[in-house]
Design a protein around this ligand. Structure first.
Ligand code: ATP
Length: 440
């Protein structure tokens, strides 16, 4: 599908930020106090869309795969976790960050130039991206802890408990959606780089000799999933990392290649036995897996898929945004979010043709009341019908239903589809089935 584009990429980003605020998708955090950089609130439409997105991910992970279960871990863990994970090590290192690609380098290892992309570097600083906090109510007895810097650590901590309480056998997965916090040196670009954000992670536990097979499996599965929800799947691609962690054989990012800001949406990581071995060492616990059939005992290897919910949310909006001419209105232009209907905040909007005709309003209200228990539905009786259509197009509502004078006679309504703007007459008593069918 060719994408009618806003004039240029940064212009598109501005339009998305403004639409998000104007229509209640995303608000700047604590705005009445002047805001706080890197924090955002999801508004009435944003939270619906984000919940739809997370529900799709969750169902796909836990229902479409027999051997994946979920957890919801705590945001604050024993601080030793961050020693084991390696995150605390950076406390003692002065780091510089590239302002363009945001890669961080030890100041000692670097000349004036950034080796990755040639961007300018920040001044060297001793810093840690973990957000510290204090627990306890008595001033002198407070304990230091951290808000988790990545959601995945709780999966490693719970891996043994999950094994003990389920019948999972290797290979298996544990997934989680949860908040992460980072003291990013350069928060910005709207939802792309925040200090508080959400991640969806799968940790896939397998035999060491099967890592290659599972890595490739998850790489293609995750890409297929993203392709199934984006309006323009051709805008998704892989980026292969050249610099690898010492335990990794390979690493890929799933990117939204048309992004006006950074492109990374999800990392597919080869973590080997690094995480479980480290936590076994630091906790003194045995984190090996016992295969009862073969009698073997070993530390499982891990393939991780770790994605950003907020980045996916942003990229989906950028990808769905479209400005086009409406031939039915003499070429008037409309803004449409051509979102996948499964993700759109509202599935349907119901209108009476005229707000001052009680018989139309009553019939439309009855239809709205019967639909709203099955679908997220909007009601609108302001302005004229054309304006109502455009207002729904702009927030991605796939179907609008209008009750007119003919409806009183033939018990049919006009259903207008968002992208094609085609209108169809549908029997009122078949409406719910009709919409269900179209949404699937
Ligand atoms: P980046 O290189 O952009 O800083 P990262 O490689 O550090 O990201 P990971 O630690 O692999 O990111 O986290 C997994 C995912 O979490 C990323 O692919 C991204 O989608 C999301 N993410 C990471 N940092 C942020 C952030 N500051 N704001 C929003 N999402 C983020």
């Amino acid at each position: 599908m060719a994408k009618p584009k806003a004039e240029n990429k940064s212009d598109l980003m501005e339009k998305i930020v403004s639409l998000c605020k104007r229509r209640g998708f995303v608000f700047p955090g604590s705005e009445i106090y002047g805001g706080l950089q890197g924090f955002y609130d999801f508004g009435p439409l944003g939270v619906e869309m984000k919940n739809n997105l997370k529900r799709l991910w969750w169902d796909w992970m836990t229902r479409e795969h027999d051997n994946i279960v979920g957890i919801d871990g705590a945001i604050i863990t024993n601080p030793k976790v961050w020693e084991a994970s390696g995150h605390l090590k950076n406390f003692v290192d002065p780091l510089v960050e590239c302002k363009k690609c945001h890669h961080r380098f030890k100041a000692d290892d670097i000349n004036a130039e950034c080796p990755d992309c040639g961007g300018n570097l920040t001044e060297p600083k001793v810093f840690n991206i973990l957000v510290p906090t204090q627990l306890g109510v008595i001033e002198e007895e407070k304990t230091s802890a951290y808000l988790r810097g990545e959601a995945c650590q709780t999966i490693y901590l719970d891996y043994k408990s999950v094994l003990d309480t389920t019948r999972l056998k290797i290979p298996f997965g544990i997934c989680q959606i949860g908040k992460a916090f980072r003291n990013e040196v350069t928060p910005g670009n709207f939802l792309f780089r925040q200090r508080e954000f959400e991640q969806w992670d799968l940790q896939w536990f397998c035999r060491p000799e099967e890592m290659e097979k599972w890595f490739e499996y998850w790489k293609s599965e995750r890409m297929a999933w993203y392709k199934s929800i984006f309006t323009h799947p051709e805008n998704l691609g892989f980026y292969q990392h050249e610099k690898l962690a010492h335990y990794a054989k390979k690493a890929f990012d799933i990117e939204y290649t048309a992004s006006p800001v950074g492109k990374e949406m999800e990392g597919i990581h080869w973590r080997g036995d690094w995480d479980l071995s480290r936590h076994a060492e630091f906790s003194g616990q045995d984190l090996s897996y016992a295969d009862l059939e073969t009698g073997e005992k070993f530390i499982p290897n891990i393939v991780e898929t770790s994605g950003g919910v907020d980045r996916a949310f942003l990229f989906l909006l950028l990808d769905a945004y479209c400005e086009e001419k409406d031939p039915a209105k003499d070429g008037a232009s409309r803004v449409v979010l051509k979102l996948n209907p499964k993700i759109a905040p509202y599935k349907i909007a119901v209108f009476p043709l005229l707000a001052n005709k009680p018989e139309l309003v009553k019939m439309a209200k009855d239809i709205y009341d019967s639909l709203k228990t099955q679908f997220m539905a909007a009601w609108d009786d302001r302005g004229n019908i054309g304006k109502r259509y455009y207002a729904q197009d702009e927030i991605g509502t796939p179907f609008c239903v209008t009750v007119d004078f003919d409806s009183l006679e033939d018990k049919k309504v006009t259903v207008r589809e968002r992208d094609s703007m085609k209108q169809e007459r549908v029997e009122i008593n078949e409406l719910a089935e009709y919409i269900k069918k179209q949404l699937n």
